[in-house]
Write a protein that binds this ligand. Structure first.
Ligand SMILES: Cc1cn([C@H]2C[C@H](O)[C@@H](COP(=O)(O)OP(=O)(O)OP(=O)(O)O)O2)c(=O)[nH]c1=O
Length: 202
């Protein structure tokens, strides 16, 4: 779909982000950043997500100033509290019990940087997600799949956890880990990618 006109680096170890970029046809290198993912006292969830995305991007851009670097961070928020990834299965069950029957917000912060800070864009996208209500054995059996363990909010909309969701309002890819629309728009604007206009092969 798109052709890379400039080296692109994804500063994230998330397999979901890799899949989203691959689905769009992008070619890129993966170099996960290691940052301390702890919110400052009274830091708003959207500020935290954007700061994390920027810290990840800056870390990798410092080593690869020639590339366009994309960093991101996804947080789940309920009543202005940040729900990160669950510590263990008990924590995952508690998170899911807390989220059921309610609408929470998934915020993904993203940062793109190119040409040694000369080109820099950072922002956040929020998606409202409403869960259904379930019996405890149903939530327990979902936790037993292991899927919740490396996911913010202890679920994966793109996986078995899709059954939990009553409705969403906003970007789907943002819940999975990257708001694809603004990211592709910025990459096109910076001439980092072009639409692939070669004839398709059967
Ligand atoms: C809510 C939700 C989150 N997630 C994932 C997206 C993110 O990968 C993860 C949130 O953790 P992040 O800290 O944003 O990302 P990461 O630790 O996977 O990767 P890195 O720090 O290297 O960038 O939760 C889903 O896959 N599906 C969902 O429905």
């Amino acid at each position: 779909m798109f052709i890379a006109a400039h080296p692109l680096i994804l500063a994230s170890g998330s397999p979901r982000r890799k899949d989203l970029l691959r689905q769009a046809g992008l070619t890129f290198q993966i170099l996960p950043a290691t940052v301390d993912e702890l919110p400052h006292p009274s830091e708003r969830p959207k500020d935290f997500a954007e700061r994390m995305a920027t810290e990840k991007t800056l870390q990798i851009a410092a080593i690869h100033p020639e590339a366009c670097v994309l960093g991101a961070d996804t947080v789940v928020t309920l009543d202005r509290r940040i729900l990160g990834k669950p510590r263990d299965k008990t924590h995952a069950l508690a998170m899911l019990k807390n989220l059921q029957g309610q609408t929470h917000t998934v915020i993904t912060g993203f940062t793109l940087m190119m040409k040694n800070h000369a080109m820099f864009e950072a922002g956040t996208v929020a998606t409202a997600v409403t869960f259904g209500t379930f019996t405890e054995p149903i939530l327990e059996s979902y936790v037993q799949t292991g899927e919740p363990m490396d996911k913010a909010g202890a679920y994966a909309i793109q996986g078995a956890g899709g059954f939990l969701i009553h409705k969403i309002c906003g970007s789907y890819s943002n819940v999975v880990g990257l708001p694809m629309l603004p990211i592709i728009q910025i990459l096109l604007k910076w001439n980092c990618i072009h639409p692939d206009q070669s004839p398709s092969h059967p």
